[in-house]
Ligand binder design. Structure first.
Ligand code: PMP
Length: 384
């Protein structure tokens, strides 16, 4: 299979899997136990914390491990409203991941005011609309660092500076930025940030919340004193170990020419599709993007049909976020960028990874154009 759906999830790296295996069986201790088996697990969790902290430019004490970015986003939102009961407004954007949008919708039903800032046709947030809505009434501003559907990178520095000036906490969903861009949280005006291991060749079901030192925090889960009382529940030691190793590999890759090579490969794909298919548009191409993502509209066909046909040929693609693609609705991200519903439905996401080869992209450029032509010849618009 030519796997180009890495924004949905990535394969666990072999080194990560090998590093995790002992922690399932012979090294099975509970990290809270005082005996040696327990302390070995506790040490392994701390080593992983240091590795993730280095990847994102934070200190280890600022990293709280949990079950994934969905939990991290829910936790950051809940914490902000609980810590500031008199503030009833939350600001976000129209193009967030459902793990931010849906908890905010739940708060809206409870009477909170939710401001959803629009984005520009480039896919970047409309800062002229967003920034004036940030004021002392806000409990939180929550913004995606890099968009999972288009790869477009937002200016979190500019947004965070306004949050600082207005003394409003700033949460960032950093899931798709981690391991793809060099991140230095220590130097940025960000208070909380979510991460997920399975987007960077780590295992599923483990993630982390970055919690800036001194930032007020209310845990979502209470119980044992794990994670310094910030997230109760016996630590998933094998998964956390895997996350740490995955973070270390990602940091090494970022320090090479890997990102430039990946960008070049993505450009080859985008150019090749335009040349061989015609009537192709790359969403977000004028905005800064993470190196691995291409969201491509093929005029006159159904993106979902192309994903299904490509799958038959051994190419794994997606119509948008995996979480939303079961819903058969046009992407809220593309609609927010001003696309008509039929344009949004004609779009397909290619998400590459550091292991994607030139050969795979060339093969994809051979396999896809005939499928695109076939679908266009069937389209009700009567193309071709
Ligand atoms: N935020 C973004 C931007 C994502 O892409 C995802 C994964 N689809 C999540 C949050 C949720 O992460 P997890 O799978 O770890 O819950």
């Amino acid at each position: 299979v030519i796997y180009l759906d890495n924004n949905a999830t990535t394969p666990v790296a072999p080194e990560v899997l090998a590093g995790m295996l002992p922690w399932f069986a012979e090294r099975f201790g509970n990290a809270s136990s005082l005996h040696r088996l327990g302390q070995e697990s506790a040490d392994a969790v701390e080593a992983a914390r240091g590795r993730l902290a280095r990847l994102v430019g934070a200190t280890a004490a600022e990293i709280v491990f949990n079950s994934g970015a969905t939990e991290a986003n829910n936790t950051a939102i809940r914490s902000a409203v609980r810590a500031q009961p008199d503030k009833r407004r939350l600001v976000t954007s129209a193009v967030e991941h459902p793990s931010v949008l849906e908890p905010l919708e739940a708060l809206e039903r409870d009477g909170y005011e939710i401001v959803r800032a629009p984005c520009l046709s480039s896919g970047r947030l409309d800062l002229e609309a967003l920034l004036p809505t940030i004021d002392a009434r806000c409990a939180l501003v929550s913004i995606l660092w890099a968009n999972n559907e288009t790869g477009v990178v937002n200016d979190v520095q500019a947004i965070g500076e306004v949050c600082r000036a207005q003394r409003v906490p700033f949460h960032v969903d950093g899931v798709q930025a981690a391991g793809k861009l060099p991140l230095r949280l220590a130097g940025l005006p960000i208070d909380t940030c979510s991460f997920s291991a399975h987007k960077l060749h780590g295992p599923k079901g483990v993630g982390a919340l970055y919690l800036r030192r001194g930032h007020p925090f209310e845990p979502l889960l209470r119980g044992g004193g794990q994670e310094k009382e910030r997230r109760a529940g016996t630590e998933n030691v094998p998964a956390i170990v895997g996350f740490g190793l995955a973070a270390e590999l990602a940091a090494k890759w970022l320090a090479t020419d890997g990102p430039q090579r990946l960008t070049a490969l993505r450009e080859r794909l985008e150019r090749g599709l335009a040349e061989r298919c015609g009537d192709v548009h790359v969403h977000g191409q004028d905005a800064p993007r993470i190196p691995n993502t291409a969201n491509v509209r093929f005029g006159g066909l159904s993106g979902e049909a192309l994903v299904l046909l490509a799958s038959e040929e051994g190419v794994a693609l997606s119509t948008g976020s995996a979480c939303a693609s079961g819903r058969h609705a046009p992407s809220h991200v593309l609609l927010a960028m001003g696309l008509a519903p039929e344009e949004a439905s004609a779009s397909v996401r290619f998400s590459l990874a550091r292991g994607t080869s030139e050969g795979e992209i060339e093969r994809c450029l051979e396999l896809l154009p005939p499928l695109v032509a076939q679908l266009r010849s069937l389209a009700p618009q009567g193309r071709g």
